[in-house]
Write a protein that binds this ligand. Structure first.
Ligand SMILES: Cc1cc2nc3c(=O)[nH]c(=O)nc-3n(C[C@H](O)[C@H](O)[C@H](O)COP(=O)(O)OP(=O)(O)OC[C@H]3O[C@@H](n4cnc5c(N)ncnc54)[C@H](O)[C@@H]3O)c2cc1C
Length: 382
């Protein structure tokens, strides 16, 4: 049986997130974006209220909830503000490869830091010369006695300026392509690690994005994620199966916010003697927005339900992420159109939403990369 009804606990969690977004995020979103303020206190508050890092198992101090619960919360947080949602989700993304690939001992240390102490973390994979083509990364980690020594640089790392530790992908066997990659946990205060300036991005400006340089950064060998070298690639990619449903949920929340603003404005603004929504061209735009949002949510829920049901969700997560991200760009652009000239002004929230939507088609695997994944999945048995 397929049941699209949420259970009582899921409804309550969604309601809690919705109220949090309405009361703690929305009133500040414009200021955070305009002044590029990182919402550290609000992230901390969301953590204390049990709205973040839901997938950390109870065994390591976390709530131990499923991907379904996470996507419900993440849609609401992004409805509050997509920049906040991105900033707040960075730690969960960094924890994903630890959950899927770390040893018991490592999980006990690093996941507990997040769950019990509210530590923040970032996922550091992309480099100045390698984004979509992850196999082309150049950062190296060389074993030296009981340590590893890391050299290289990372680019576009969300939350880097506030992270307590990083998940870092590096090459331990540079000649072995993606099979020669390993994941490491590197503390932010490690000697030789330096951060770049905060990037001035098009949108989601409250989220902190920076480069990181590793200059002979020495870390204990027990901070290699997992039992042995070379599992880094699979682990970093498996993390996306957990995270992409959540990025799709962010995109769905953004779309819903843009649509609601447009719907309300279409009732307030009159042209040619009637409200905008009485013009069929506008009503059809609103109808198309709503259909795409419903479809985004269903694809998101499907990919989350697959993850929770132990079904390999690489393809369903790619469908959800690709479709919801492209929908967020389309719906927010159409919302600006419904607002006309006022939509082009920062006086109204739809401009901020449109700027914030663009990155959803770029990070966590661009829309082209999602199509490559889907294409690979659907043709692999031909
Ligand atoms: C705000 C922001 C936050 C980010 N946060 C993080 C983070 O926390 N951690 C992290 O590791 N990374 C992060 N990233 C990096 C992000 O994941 C990369 O930007 C993304 O993967 C694309 O890589 P790239 O920028 O190098 O573009 P490129 O890989 O150079 O691609 C350029 C363009 O070409 C397209 N393209 C590339 N290859 C192909 C192909 N084979 N076929 C068709 N089209 C192709 C891409 O889709 C893209 O449109 C972030 C980026 C941004 C902008």
């Amino acid at each position: 049986m397929v049941d699209f009804q949420l259970d009582e606990m899921q409804e309550m969690l969604r309601e809690l997130a919705r109220e949090f977004a309405r009361d703690e995020i929305r009133p500040h979103a414009e200021h955070w974006d305009e002044e590029s303020v990182y919402p550290k206190e609000t992230i901390q508050l969301a953590h204390e209220m049990g709205l973040l890092n839901l997938h950390i198992p109870e065994a390591y101090g976390g709530p131990g909830l499923g991907c379904m619960e996470e996507v419900l919360v993440n849609e609401e947080l992004a409805w509050g503000d997509p920049g906040f949602a991105t900033a707040a989700y960075a730690t969960a993304l960094a924890c994903a490869p630890i959950i899927t690939g770390a040893t018991e001992e490592q999980k006990n240390v690093w996941l507990r830091k997040v769950a019990e102490e509210g530590a923040l973390a970032s996922y550091a994979v992309t480099e100045p010369g390698a984004g979509s083509d992850v196999a082309a990364i150049q950062t190296t980690a060389v074993r030296d006695g009981d340590d590893y020594v890391i050299n290289g640089s990372k680019m576009w790392i969300t939350g880097a300026g506030y992270a307590d530790f990083f998940f870092v992908l590096a090459k331990t066997d540079p000649d072995a392509g993606y099979r020669g990659m390993s994941g490491f946990i590197v503390e932010a205060n490690a000697e030789g690690l330096s951060l770049g300036k905060k990037e001035t991005n098009m949108g989601q400006r409250c989220s902190d994005t920076r480069s990181i340089t590793f200059n002979n950064v020495r870390i204990p060998a027990n901070q290699l994620v997992g039992e042995s070298e070379s599992g880094g690639w699979m682990n970093a990619m498996n993390a996306f199966d957990l995270s992409r449903p959540n990025i799709a949920a962010h995109a769905t929340g953004l779309s819903r916010a843009a649509y609601e603003h447009a719907l309300q404005y279409s009732n307030e603004r009159h042209t040619f003697g009637k409200p905008l929504h009485k013009h069929q061209a506008i009503q059809f735009m609103l109808a198309d927005m709503k259909t795409s949002i419903e479809a985004s949510r269903m694809l998101t829920w499907k990919s989350a339900a697959d993850a929770d049901g132990g079904i390999k969700n690489t393809e369903s997560a790619a469908h959800a992420k690709r479709f919801a991200a492209d929908t967020a760009m389309q719906v927010s652009t159409d919302a600006v159109q419904v607002f006309g000239g006022y939509g082009y002004s920062e006086e109204y929230p739809v401009a901020r939403l449109m700027r914030g939507a663009k990155v959803m088609q770029i990070y966590e695997g661009s829309s082209q990369v999602q199509r490559m994944i889907i294409g690979r999945e659907i043709t692999k048995n031909l």
